[in-house]
Every structure is written in C-alpha cells, then in structure tokens.
Design a protein around this ligand. Structure first.
Ligand SMILES: Cc1ncc(COP(=O)(O)O)c(C=O)c1O
Length: 358
C-alpha cells in the first residue's frame, strides 16, 4: 500500500498553504470588473513594480496572459508574431493567437538553451515592401525560463539584443515569463533587469511561486488598459477577484525565496537519476526546477511502464514520449522526498525488469 505521495508532475500541482487560506478568508474584496477590488489592485501594482513596468493586470492563467498580450500588440488582423518553434505559446496554447486573434505565427528554431539565433529572428521579419503578399511582423515572443528545453534561462544580455532588434524594426517584445522568477534566481539577476527590454511580460503566480490560481501581465499603462478590455471580451473579468489575489500575494511574498532550494533539489535529483543504470539526464542543462530525462534505448523499459511502477510507489511524473519523462520541483517537495523518489526509481526499474523477465 502506498503511504507517501510525491507529486512531481509540475509546479502547478501545489496546494494552497495555511497562510494562503487565511489570507483568502480575510481578503478585502469588491467588484473588480467595476475596478473596485482593492486586493486585486494591490497585487497588480506590486507585480508591476517588481517587474519595473507601469501597470499590471491579473488574468486567470498563463495562457490567457499570453493570448491577451499577443492580441494587444497585434491588434490588426494579418499581423505576424515571431516565436520559438518549441515555445509554450506555439505548442500548448491551442493556437489561440490564430483561432481567436487572427495572428499568424512565424516559428523560428529554438536552440537547446531556449534562445533563437538573432540572425534567424532578423531573417524572419517580413520585408514591408512585400506587404501585398506577406503578413506584417508586429511582435517577437521569448519564453524565460524556457519550459520545453528543461527550464533553461535567457540572459539579460540576450533579451536586450532581441529588444534592440525589435526596436530597430518597429516591433514589440513580449516575454512569456511563466517562470521568470526561477530564471531570475538561477541567473542571480533582478527580475526587472531580466525583462527590461520587454514591452510586456506574462508572469505566472501558480507555477514556481505556488499560488493556487493566476498570472499577472505587466506593461505600459496604455497596454494594460487595452488588455483589461480584452480580458473582459474573453470572459476573464472576475468580480470578487481579491480572494484569489490574496493567496497569490502570499505566494509572491513567501515563495520567491524558496526557488533557490527547488533548483538545488532539482540538481540533486538530476544527478541521482543520472547515476541510475538505464536512465540518462543532461545534468548540466538543469538550471532551474525542470528535469527532462531519457530511458536508455535497448533496455526494454518504456517510459509508460516505468511511469506506472512509479505511480504504485506514489511518485507522480509526466510522460513526455516513449522513452522520455519530465519532473518539476516545487516548494512542497522536501529533500527527503527527493531521496525517496530516487529510491523509488531504483525499485521501479527493478520491478519493470522483473516483469520483462530480465
Ligand atoms: C512557459 C509556460 N507558459 C505558459 C503556460 C500556461 O500557463 P497556464 O497553464 O496557467 O495557462 C505554461 C504552463 O505550464 C508554461 O509552462
């Protein structure tokens, strides 16, 4: 019988802490669609201040934050956005920028470190002289940290270069900063410096920071007033919003300091997994709280079988392919959970091999 559960599927699986529940219970609230909720306003201006931008807007999710941001920057149909071919907006957001916004994606190859080559970005910008046939490039999107390449961090210098390129061509720069605090902590660079070149940033509070719900988008006052209107259009205007913002405020105040520990635990776990026969992890690529790892080919073990065995031990991970898995650390994973996980992996692998008759 399983006595312990270690949930490593994502950093979105955290449960609200006692402090978050208490803050929700006592939150001062009012109708936010009427612009009257004091707790929402406080959270929005606090996040904007931390990010070094003029204003902020609470949205239901990271997906909604990215969608609204792209649509505000690309408010003319036939606009095109340059973005990584392996980024969250392009892969996991239902193509919403196209289906809802009429925005055309122009994917550029993501390198293993989450960057796109500056030369390739520049080459993807449409020549306005060809406007009779081309969509019009209006926006570049970056993602920091870059989830699908294993939580790799984009440096401030790289982001600045993309920002300079955007300016040179009259484009805007949006950053999907779902885990921007993870990147800031890992790089040792203040978060406002990391996003200095961006016109807008979508910051998730319900990932590494552990809030139950929500993201805040930040940018100029005029960007945010257009975003507020669009949020309402999308059905994202929420009335007594302060309840969830109160929990998010606690996450912001208490959990940024825990990210460094998450990253250290991720390294320990990655190193431990890499030492287990049959598994392979690029430990050097583990910069933040995300670990991708592979099952060595030819071992007759599939990710699916290993996943099921781990589940029997109460260890939950994410399947990424026939031989690939993902683990994400968060503030509710302790050092002893990490050790337990490593021992479960060892036992699970033995279990799968026994079932295979090896
Ligand atoms: C990098 C990145 N951006 C955006 C999102 C979307 O966030 P949400 O699930 O809150 O819509 C995610 C979700 O995991 C993500 O990893």
């Amino acid at each position: 019988m399983v006595t312990k559960s270690v949930d490593l599927r994502s950093d979105t699986v955290t449960k609200p802490t006692e402090a978050m529940r208490a803050a929700m219970a006592t939150a001062e609230v009012d109708d936010d669609v009427l612009g009257a909720d004091p707790t929402a306003a406080r959270l929005e201006s606090e996040v904007a201040k931390i990010m070094g931008k003029e204003a902020g807007l609470f949205v239901a999710s990271g997906t909604m934050g990215n969608l609204i941001s792209v649509l505000v920057h690309c408010d003319i149909r036939g606009s095109e956005v340059i973005l990584g071919d392996n980024c969250h907006i392009h892969i996991y957001e239902n193509g919403g920028i196209s289906t809802i916004g009429g925005v055309h994606p122009r994917p550029v190859k993501n390198n293993d470190d989450g960057t796109m080559d500056i030369g390739l970005i520049e080459a993807a910008i449409r020549d306005p002289r060809g406007e009779i046939v081309y969509p019009t490039t209006r926006l570049i999107c970056l993602e920091n940290s870059h989830a699908n390449t294993g939580g790799r961090c984009l440096s401030a210098e790289y982001t600045d270069k993309v920002g300079e390129l955007a300016k040179k061509h009259g484009l805007k720069l949006h950053i999907d900063g779902a885990r921007i605090f993870n990147a800031s902590v890992a790089l040792g660079v203040p978060v406002n410096r990391l996003v200095q070149a961006a016109d807008s940033v979508s910051v998730c509070l319900s990932k590494g920071l552990g809030a139950p719900v929500g993201s805040v988008i930040v940018g100029s006052k005029s960007f945010i007033s257009k975003a507020r209107r669009l949020r309402k259009t999308l059905g994202g205007g929420m009335r007594q919003l302060g309840f969830i913002c109160a929990a998010a405020f606690v996450a912001l105040k208490e959990n940024v300091a825990k990210l460094e520990g998450d990253h250290k635990k991720a390294k320990v776990l990655a190193e431990g997994l890499n030492q287990i026969k049959g598994l392979r992890v690029n430990v050097a690529a583990v910069e933040t709280n995300i670990i991708f790892f592979d099952i060595v080919e030819g071992s007759k073990i599939t990710a699916e079988k290993l996943y099921k065995k781990l589940e029997e031990h109460g260890v939950l991970v994410m399947l990424e392919g026939p031989l690939r898995m993902r683990i994400v650390l968060h503030h509710q994973i302790s050092s002893s959970d990490v050790l337990y996980t490593l021992s479960c992996f060892q036992q699970a692998l033995i279990g799968v091999q026994e079932e295979n008759g090896n």
